[in-house]
Design a protein around this ligand. Structure first.
Ligand SMILES: [Zn+2]
Length: 72
């Protein structure tokens, strides 16, 4: 069962050689990490992204399952 969302930078066109993979509990948090990563690792300014880019990136965020400890 999916309990998290992930984004693998290498899935993005032109980023095939980037090993970064971001995982967080919510899509909102993954977006924050994507922007931070794009800025830090690729020197991009997320404020410059148009709707098309954001829509494209959104398709790359996928539900995933991360094993976490059961609360005891
Ligand atoms: Zn990257």
């Amino acid at each position: 069962m999916a309990n998290a969302y992930s984004y693998s930078c290498r899935d993005c066109e032109g980023m095939e050689f980037c090993p970064a993979s971001l995982v967080a509990a919510t899509e909102t948090e993954v977006w924050k990490l994507i922007k931070l990563h794009a800025e830090f690792a690729h020197g991009e300014d997320p404020a410059d992204w148009d709707d098309e880019t954001r829509t494209y990136l959104a398709t790359l965020i996928v539900p995933t399952n991360v094993r976490v400890k059961e609360p005891s």
